[in-house]
Design a protein. Structure first.
Length: 356
């Protein structure tokens, strides 16, 4: 169990308005993968941001916010390996994810369905022009995928995994919109099940394979141990995201789809108790991840049937997962999206203050 400080009430000297703060646990304190930054960051940042600016749907203010959030740095931390071409694709992918947020958050269900399905159609038919009047996310998805598949070769199995995980992702965005319209707050089990595809990590993990030049057979990727590794990595990202983003979402009155709110409501606890529950869940995910990794290294639980080459590729993939989890955790303190100008202070103190 991670040790957390209890919820603490503060008083600001300027107006004496009470507020609360909580501490972020250091769940990756023993994580063996350390921070690495992709060497192609500067070059690809400029190229990808220039690409984003070609879509006139984004105002100068939103473009400035995107730039300040350092989405391409997230790619550099999460995908530190690979060529400049594949790294640029991960930058474009992350801009597409956040554009999806821009064009689906708070929108009515029928609009969300249209925009989500437009991205799927664009990815399945990248050579077909998009219809007039369609949301910019359709053309963004088309250009992103068209560039990716016309560049460095992508194994057919990797392409299929991206198609499958993207469909699961947009279906989860549609489900979120349905629940938002009903003002429904999930139970913890419902939330975790729905949030795994919704966080957008599964399509991103496909890019680990591509960046590392892997061609792992479907039968190997569907092994229970690898499915466990993927699930645990996704769960770590979900729990990290929700602890980091809760302040921002709370202040925006948009925190119903966050594990903190879910746990607080359904487990009848307070903010400190919710953070503790989420931290403990994260720790259990790490334990499960490391157990699965150990079994694969030892070639037990059916993995001895893999070829030597497949085993080597899987070990490289696991390292990619480890770096992705570390990079995701680090990015919150480099970006100003969640903590603003206090990001470095939060990194140092791990104290998150919720202003009144």
């Amino acid at each position: 169990m991670s040790a957390l400080s209890p919820l603490t009430k503060l008083t600001f000297s300027d107006d004496d308005a009470p507020c609360v703060y909580y501490h972020l646990p250091d769940n990756l304190r023993n994580w063996p993968w350390l921070r690495v930054v992709n060497p192609h960051l500067d070059e690809s940042n400029d190229e990808s941001f220039a690409w984003l600016k070609t879509f006139t749907a984004f105002s100068p203010e939103r473009l400035a916010a995107f730039n300040k959030a350092k989405f391409t740095l997230f790619s550099a931390l999460a995908f530190p390996d690979g060529s400049s071409f594949t790294f640029r694709s991960t930058c474009d992918l992350n801009y597409l994810f956040f554009a999806m947020d821009e064009f689906t958050d708070g929108e009515p269900l029928n609009i969300v369905v249209q925009r989500c399905n437009a991205t799927m159609d664009a990815i399945l038919h990248p050579d077909a022009p998009r219809p007039d009047g369609e949301s910019a996310v359709g053309e963004m998805a088309r250009q992103f995928w068209k560039r990716a598949i016309d560049g460095e070769p992508i194994p057919a199995s990797v392409v299929q995994r991206f198609h499958t995980t993207w469909r699961e992702f947009i279906d989860s965005v549609i489900l979120q919109a349905e629940r938002r319209g009903q003002q429904y707050i999930c139970t913890p089990d419902e939330y975790i099940s729905a949030r795994r595809p919704n966080i957008g990590v599964a399509p991103s993990l496909v890019w680990i394979e591509h960046a590392l030049g892997l061609d792992i057979p479907d039968a190997v990727m569907k092994h229970p141990l690898i499915e466990t590794l993927n699930r645990d990595a996704i769960d770590m990202v979900v729990m990290t995201n929700d602890m980091r983003s809760y302040r921002k979402e709370f202040l925006a009155k948009d925190c119903d789809y966050n594990a903190v709110t879910v746990v607080t409501k359904h487990l009848k606890t307070d903010l400190a108790g919710a953070i503790q529950w989420i931290s403990d869940y994260h720790d259990r995910s790490i334990e499960s991840f490391m157990r699965a990794r150990k079994a694969i290294i030892a070639r037990t639980e059916g993995t001895s049937q893999w070829s030597e080459e497949d085993h080597k590729q899987v070990l490289r993939y696991i390292d990619g997962l480890g770096l992705f989890v570390r990079g995701h955790d680090e990015w919150y303190f480099d970006s100003h999206r969640y903590f603003g100008e206090k990001a470095e202070e939060v990194r140092r103190t791990r104290k998150v203050v919720i202003e009144p």
